[in-house]
Write a new protein. Structure first.
Length: 65
């Protein structure tokens, strides 16, 4: 996602501002990284969010969990 990114900006921005991400993907990643309220005890929420993100991809990686 980020390893090959090169900024054209003078001032560095946080990854969530630099990357082109849908809001739901950004929120999911921030929760996984515990920047926002983490998933902790409820892995089912994470599975739902991942399924939601995959459903919206132009070419899904796989059909189901």
């Amino acid at each position: 996602l980020y390893a090959g990114y090169e900024s054209n900006e003078k001032h560095e921005k946080p990854w969530y501002d630099e990357l082109t991400l849908e809001n739901y993907n950004r929120e999911m990643l921030m929760r996984m990284l515990q920047i926002k309220t983490p998933y902790y005890e409820n892995v089912q929420d994470l599975k739902k969010d991942i399924a939601f993100a995959l459903e919206r991809m132009e070419v899904p990686c796989f059909k189901s969990f």
